[in-house]
Design a protein around this ligand. Structure first.
Ligand SMILES: Cc1ncc(COP(=O)(O)O)c(C=O)c1O
Length: 375
């Protein structure tokens, strides 16, 4: 079978036989002539740009199915829309703020219960047995604290208990980690981030080897209107071709920056799972091939001073999001996790001194000297 880098470039080319064009066209159409050979009818329920992208992303995760969405949150919405009143989600306590908001402010209205726990601790796996959740929801690495969950070990417990394990793989990307191979039922990504990689559109994907789940996800796209635009799907497909190249550079840059941050006086602690002294380094090596571009650290400065200094960085833009070629920095408490109540946020460790770096693919020396001038 072809390797990751080759599949990223040579799948999703269904258009080529008909026209010879090396790059697929953007099928900017809302509807299709009735009875066409490919079975398309209306873009909410399918478009050649989605199909190309789905073929590529499924091949990158070695999955039998991939379904694409208008955003990562749309992908999450599709998964949880399969639940019904009285169902339960067991979720890792540190998840993306908008996933938490969706769970707390939308799902709870419909009678779905959510229990949060630190799933990096194996003693909490007993909750899968005791609570019998329909879904176990994790991110690994988590946003923003970069905690790792042992996907293989948790997947084994979920399989025994007949619970579906959903892994939000956004922070790793399928190049660095393959949740389905580790036993997860669904591998979900915000393609807005590393897979597209150029911060110019939003998208989401869920990959699975489970036929029933694939049907449910396809149904959710059309029933809830969660489809991307053909142009956005085309952009994500273009970005995916260079995923491996970008990830190698994100990883080496982030490791160099994490080492540098450790030496700064104003830094209290640094978390990057591929630092050799990281408490989860062994687990990191067992389930990821490298760290991504994300680093989290804590500064011994006031919140205002931290924000002021972050804004004065030359090559890091203070902005939400991650995974693009350009470096970004984010203050989770006021940005990505602002929708999580302060008490809940601080209880899991997202205090005002926490800062998340999304290290881009610029020259590492330039990024390091930028940080050195400001901190
Ligand atoms: C881990 C994680 N999952 C999902 C999402 C949501 O993705 P989107 O912004 O594409 O809706 C994000 C966004 O930052 C994220 O960090």
């Amino acid at each position: 079978m072809a390797k990751f880098e080759t599949k990223a470039i040579h799948t999703g080319l269904a258009h080529r036989e008909k026209t010879g064009s090396v790059i697929p066209p953007i099928y900017a159409t809302s509807t299709f002539e009735y009875g066409n050979k490919e079975g398309f009818d209306y873009t909410r329920s399918g478009n050649p740009c989605f199909r190309n992208l789905e073929n590529t992303l499924a091949s990158l995760e070695d999955a039998s199915h991939a379904t694409v969405f208008s955003s990562g949150v749309a992908a999450i919405t599709a998964v949880v829309s399969s639940l019904k009143s009285g169902d339960l989600i067991l979720a890792e306590e540190n998840i993306y703020g908008c996933t938490f908001r969706l769970f707390e402010q939308v799902l709870k209205k419909y009678g779905i219960e959510i229990v949060y726990a630190d799933l990096s601790k194996k003693e909490n796996y007993s909750l899968v047995v005791d609570k019998k959740p329909q879904i176990v929801w994790i991110e690994s690495p988590t946003n923003p604290l970069l905690k790792l969950i042992d996907i293989k070990a948790l997947a084994e417990v979920c399989r025994t208990e007949k619970t579906d394990l959903v892994v939000d793989n956004t922070f790793a990307s399928p190049y660095l980690q393959k949740p389905l191979e580790l036993g997860a039922t669904l591998s979900l990504s915000s393609t807005t981030k590393y897979i597209n990689g150029h911060s110019d559109c939003l998208g989401g994907v869920v990959c699975t080897n489970d036929n029933e789940w694939s049907d449910k996800l396809e149904f959710a796209v059309k029933a809830l209107g969660l489809n991307p635009s053909p142009f956005d799907a085309w952009l994500v497909a273009r970005g995916a071709k260079t995923l491996s190249l970008r990830m190698d550079k994100h990883s080496s840059n982030a490791l160099a920056l994490a080492e540098h941050l450790k030496e700064l006086k104003s830094v209290q602690w640094v978390r990057y799972p591929f630092l050799s002294d990281d408490p989860q380094h062994e687990l990191a090596k067992s389930q990821m091939s490298a760290g991504s571009g994300l680093i989290v650290c804590s500064f011994d400065l006031s919140k205002d001073e931290t924000l002021k200094r972050l804004q004065s960085l030359k090559y890091f833009t203070l902005a939400e999001s991650l995974g693009g070629v350009e470096s970004l920095v984010c203050h989770p408490a006021t940005m990505t996790h602002a929708s999580v109540p302060k008490k809940t946020r601080e209880a899991v460790g997202i205090t005002d001194s926490v800062v998340r770096f999304s290290v881009g693919v610029e020259a590492a020396e330039d990024l390091i000297s930028d940080l050195s001038e400001v901190f």
